[in-house]
Design a protein around this ligand. Structure first.
Ligand code: DUC
Ligand code: ZN
Ligand code: ZN
Length: 474
């Protein structure tokens, strides 16, 4: 009998801190040996000349999330986890969202029903808290945190979702007491509402005005306020989907004062700009997301932040709406009001190749930073480490094997989501995950996806782990 179910042989492995040549022995879904010249396994993968990285952890994506209007998300757990796996991601963290006036516990139960039996790879849930009543803060949330939902997102914008500053303080205090992590969508709701009304009155309703209605100043002000509220309560927060150089300045300032402010950014802020929302006809709607893509200077500031450790996490913020669909970007009101275009763009499968190519292949970040930003830091911050996010004995055998020389021109036809476009159509990348292994099973290999529906498991999260102050830096 072979010692191993699977041996990945001859590759170059990378973690957030090290790059080393090793064979990887896998048994019962876990890594059980890291050494040269391991004895044969029942199956073998020849990784000579390839990189073996931890499977990606996509710590911010939206799947089958009720929207509250007539739009419907194109991807649920089946197509979402399939697409993620084909792009080298083995753990996803979508959101169980509370609707105002409803129970958070019920939202979680509903979201489990949506996921159950449909995932191809493993997943955990963040919560979205929109109605922090005494019952939610005193009963539901503490119990949910103990049950493995240790991170929750709150909004400073959107009428149906936003919290007042006072409510934010209450949520932060609860997170401090219960050791949970609050993720904040930082945009100033009143600035956006005021600008939107003026633009609509002037007849400026095309998709490109979405970016005009959500300027950097609205993100900068809310980011500053989120930092101040977190400082007041003395608890760490994570600012999600940071887009602009001005918000980045605020985070840099907070960190220079020793505050525990963490930050996430996404591919759209490196590879798109507001000009993409001005594409001919209605095509700009394909790039409508919030916060919106900015300009070249902000792209450069985001790269600086990825390089120097300002950002800990690089997520997709996959929020999937079909373009040519009255339940997608073309919901009836969207043609006459940019504010009705569903917010969000797809990106589960392209997240890692885009960052690998422009980051690692082009020398802006090194391989260890890539692993930290795309897997390890999220696993630590959201309480999934060391089971996920690394290559370590005892950890789950979640691996992505990369061909760093493979050149691909991105086309929606090659992707595995159920969205009818990708904003990155035609972009050329160097480096692609050729094989994905989830808990020891090969689910994606050389262009073929092969996994049993429902094999993906729910992961209960531990409390967040502190990151080293320089996590993500060389
Ligand atoms: N916030 C997100 O996190 N995703 C999509 C849209 C939004 O506003
Ligand atoms: Zn958001
Ligand atoms: Zn999101």
């Amino acid at each position: 009998m072979a010692d191993f179910d699977l041996v990945v042989r001859g590759g170059t492995a990378a973690t957030a801190v090290d790059v080393f040549r090793t064979d990887i022995g896998i048994r019962d879904g876990r890594i059980v040996a890291l050494a040269a010249d391991l004895p044969p396994g029942q199956r073998e993968i020849d990784a000579t000349g390839l990189l073996v990285l931890p499977g990606g952890v996509d710590a911010h994506c939206h799947l089958d999330q009720p929207t509250g209007d007539e739009s419907v998300m194109a991807d649920g757990f089946e197509s979402g986890t399939r697409s993620a796996a084909c792009g080298g991601t083995t753990t996803l963290m979508p959101f169980a969202a509370q609707m105002k006036g409803h129970s958070l516990r019920e939202a979680v139960a509903d979201y489990h029903r949506r996921a159950e039996g449909k995932a191809f790879v493993d997943y955990a849930f963040h919560l979205i808290v929109t109605d922090p009543t005494p019952h939610v803060l005193g009963q539901e949330l503490p119990a949910l945190i103990r049950d493995g939902y240790t991170s929750f997102k709150i909004y400073m914008t959107y009428e149906a979702l936003k919290l007042s500053d006072r409510e934010i303080l209450d949520v932060l205090a609860l997170a401090r007491a219960e050791r949970a992590l609050v993720m904040i969508h930082a945009e100033n709701a009143d600035c956006i509402g005021w600008l939107t009304e003026r633009l609509e009155r002037a007849g400026d309703v095309a998709p490109r005005f979405h970016a005009v209605a959500r300027p950097q100043i609205a993100e900068r002000e809310a980011t500053h306020r989120a930092i101040a509220l977190a400082e007041l309560v003395d608890t760490p927060v994570l600012i999600v989907h940071v887009s602009g150089s001005e918000a980045i300045e605020q985070i840099r300032w907070a960190k220079s004062r020793g505050l525990r402010i963490y930050a996430e950014t996404c591919p759209q802020y490196l590879f798109l700009t507001a000009d993409d929302l001005a594409a001919p006809g209605f095509h700009g709607a394909k790039c409508v997301c919030s916060p919106p893509p900015r300009d070249r200077a902000s792209q450069a500031a985001v790269w600086d932040g990825l390089r120097d450790g300002l950002f800990q996490i690089f997520s997709s913020d996959h929020a999937p709406f079909r373009y040519d669909d009255p339940k997608g970007k073309k919901v009836p009101m969207a043609a006459s009001r940019f504010a009705c275009i569903p917010n969000g763009i797809p990106g589960l499968e392209t997240r890692l190749p885009l960052l690998f190519s422009a980051g690692v292949s082009e020398g802006r970040i090194d391989l260890c930073q890539f692993v930290a930003l795309t897997a390890t830091n999220a696993a630590k911050m959201y309480g999934l480490y060391p089971r996920k996010g690394s290559i370590a004995i005892g950890g789950d055998a979640d691996l992505a094997i990369w061909d760093p020389a493979r050149e691909i021109t991105i086309a929606n036809t090659m992707l595995h989501h159920d969205v009818d476009y990708t904003p990155y159509e035609g972009m050329r990348v160097r480096g692609w995950p050729v094989t994905t292994i989830s808990r020891g099973e090969i689910v994606w290999s050389n262009g073929t996806f092969d996994a049993t529906l429902g094999r993906g498991r729910f992961l209960a999260c531990e409390p967040p782990q502190a990151l080293a102050p320089n996590a993500g830096r060389p």
